[in-house]
Design a protein around this ligand. Sequence first.
Ligand SMILES: Cc1cc2nc3c(=O)[nH]c(=O)nc-3n(C[C@H](O)[C@H](O)[C@H](O)COP(=O)(O)OP(=O)(O)OC[C@H]3O[C@@H](n4cnc5c(N)ncnc54)[C@H](O)[C@@H]3O)c2cc1C
Length: 345
Amino acid sequence: MSGGPARSSPQPESQQADCLIVGAGLAGLTAARRLASTGVRVLLVDKAKSPGGRLATRRIGSARLDHGAQFFTVRSADFAAEVETWVEDGVVDVWTNGFSHDDGHPRYRAVEGMSSIAKYLAGRLQSELLRPPTHASRAQANAVVAAGDTWSVTYEAGCREPDEALAMILTPPVPQCVELLRSGAVATPHLDELAAIDYHKVIAILVTLDRAPGLPEPGAIQQPDDLTFTFVADNQAKGVSVAPAVTFHCAHDLSRNLWSLDDGNVLAHVHEAMRRYLGGAAVNEVQVKRWRYAGPVEPRPEPCLVVADSPGPLVVAGDGFAGSKVEGAFLSGLAAAETVMNALR
Ligand SMILES: Cc1cc2nc3c(=O)[nH]c(=O)nc-3n(C[C@H](O)[C@H](O)[C@H](O)COP(=O)(O)OP(=O)(O)OC[C@H]3O[C@@H](n4cnc5c(N)ncnc54)[C@H](O)[C@@H]3O)c2cc1C
């Protein structure tokens, strides 16, 4: 994605892709790399100005804060092999083996913030894609349409001309995939089951501080059952920020209850609770980030779903499948690529 405006004048594209992938989060990037490595001509589009999706890092002054995924774990052999290369290339390393105690299971952090994983993967893709993800592929898809022998994606008005491909992989959160399918009146028996995949909301609060808050080792608290904050992390102690900067993730129920409030009222609601984690440090700046689709309530067990196989394979993938989270997104992207490769053979 370039840093340019999403609503620039229409950009005609002449090259026909074998596979068009919507979404340059981890699932889309993984699918794109796998396909491109076998010579499949891939087109990757994302509505955001940079790749990563929920692998998200924000700068506030000199501070750097992860505000989507905070860390990831590794369970499968496929993801372990991939993460090994990320470690070798200095992109990630082990942050801790547990938050309240050492349970022996590594939690990985990205050395320069979680979005740097996506930038690294996008960089490796640049030479392999028809339209590299860091250049001219910023566009918001608004419908998937069967168009003769190909699938077509139409974009937000004025964004650019539709793109066509023999195969298509959709990797936005599942409710957004359902919108794309409905808008294009795609004939599939799977719409209802996809529409049943619900997502949690999460409100993230980002604060920069005048000094370290003194959170316990490793600089973060994970408390899935807490009614206010399920995760609190000092990005400086984590090693991704030069300045003290804390990310708070509000609990699912609290996020849902506060969702309709404006930022000022959200902050007023959690202000006292936040202070308890700041060790007396003064707040320099505070920002609120809302994740409408933070993660699936019940991910589907299969690695991806083929919603149509004519005119070519149309696959829905991402963290709604394969166990969700960062590893699920990776495994789902990989599975979607394998599905498309088998169909195109
Ligand atoms: C607050 C929060 C905390 C989390 N914590 C953790 C954690 O600690 N550990 C962990 O493992 N996981 C965590 N996760 C989950 C993890 O971030 C996700 O599972 C994973 O990043 C999802 O990747 P994805 O590629 O499936 O989807 P995404 O990253 O959402 O990528 C989808 C992409 O599609 C693009 N897109 C959407 N609609 C369109 C459209 N119409 N046109 C074009 N592009 C579109 C988006 O811009 C996005 O880039 C967390 C998530 C959140 C939000």
